[in-house]
Each structure stands twice: as C-alpha cells, then as structure tokens.
Write a protein that binds this ligand. Sequence first.
Ligand SMILES: C[S@@+](CC[C@H](N)C(=O)[O-])C[C@H]1O[C@@H](n2cnc3c(N)ncnc32)[C@H](O)[C@@H]1O
Length: 221
Amino acid sequence: MGAREALRDPENFIRGNTVLTAPPLVPELRLHVAAEMLPIWQMTEEEMQQAGLPPPFWAFAWAGGQALARYILDHPEHVAGKNVLDFGAGSGIVGIAAAQAGAARVCAAEIDPVALVAIALNAQANNVELTCLEGDLTGEPGGAWEVVLAGDVCYEGPASRRIMGWLTDLNRSGALVLVGDPGRTYFPKTGMEKLISYAVKTTTELEDTDLRNTSVWRLMS
Ligand SMILES: C[S@@+](CC[C@H](N)C(=O)[O-])C[C@H]1O[C@@H](n2cnc3c(N)ncnc32)[C@H](O)[C@@H]1O
C-alpha cells in the first residue's frame, strides 16, 4: 500500500477540514473547499506521517477548472449525451459541470486517491453521478471518451509536456479536447484555439493575485 493511501478516514478528513461552498465563477455548484492552503496541507502530511507530499489540490476550485466549468455550463452542446473524461479532476469541478450540462457519462481521473474521495463527496453534494478512475492515464489509449476536459493541469514542466502531448494524441484520434488555463508558464498556446476568457476570482492563498485572467482553449488537430 502506498503512502498516499494512508489517510485513515479520508471522508471524515475532507468533511472536517472543508466547507461546502460555491466557486465564485460557478455559483450553480457546491464543493468541499478549504479556506487556506497551508493548514490542510500540513494536516494531510501529519495524518499520513509523511513530509513532502504534493498539495491537496482537491481542496480548491482552481482558476482553470472554474473557467472550464463555466464554459461547459454555458455551452452544454459540447458534452450533452457524450462520454466525457475530466482529466486531473481535483475537486471534480469540471466533471460535475459536465454532468449537470447533460453528459451521458462522466469519468473523473486523478492520481491522488484522496481527491477521488473528495470527487465522490462533491458529486453527491450536487446530485450527479461520476465514475472515478485512479492513476495516470497519460500514454494510455483514448478509449471511448468523445470529450476530454482538463482544468489547470499545466503547473509543472515535464508533466505538462507529457499531459499536453497525450491530449494532442486524443484530439488527433477524434476527441474534442478543451483545456482551462490561467496563463501557467508551462501551458503551450500553439495548436489551440482560444474560445473564451474570464476574469476568475481566486485567492492569494493560491495565486499571486486574487483575479486571474483565465481562458478556455480547444485543441486543434
Ligand atoms: C491544479 S489541480 C486542478 C484540479 C481541477 N481540475 C481544477 O481545475 O480545480 C491539478 C490536478 O491534476 C492532478 N493530476 C496531475 N497529474 C495528473 C495525471 N497524470 N493524471 C491524473 N491527474 C493528475 C493533480 O493531482 C491535481 O489534483
């Protein structure tokens, strides 16, 4: 069993350290979110008795995910009746929006097992059904996803290149791929069409400013 599976009662941990709140750009939806990054990160490390863990991304609605969720709710035709993947789902914000917009099936993929518990709790809080998939799908064949959504996944150099390369392959195989990004350093803007931009209210807990200009991009094959 890996160290990241050592959180004794993840559901209780999530409920105890978050508040069910609507993300500013997506008031239709409610998520278990934390007010501050450091305390919940430290508590995760203490509970797991391990230092140097990645941040609990699942405890926040990131700017890229908020923008993509907003776009999907306002343009349900992209996902209605479709088989949808929310890649790097975090809290599940984008997948939940896709389910609300009428997707036939939504699968949320995450490498963080605690995130998968948060996604299930958040899906329940919004009365939608998502399937959860644990692990890194990059490099795997696309499967049956007609639409692939990725909110704010370009925050590390090598990982961003691998993820964007894989998303490009899925796009070439016929999937519609939409990405939400608030101008992260590693986000490549070539081979994409910008669909819309939003000023997303966020927090200086997570970002260097409390308002981030965030765009939704469509990969072009
Ligand atoms: C910044 S968060 C964004 C979460 C959510 N999409 C949002 O916008 O609020 C990025 C998420 O991607 C996940 N992630 C990173 N690499 C991944 C991979 N290869 N496969 C699945 N999830 C991954 C992380 O665990 C993290 O939860």
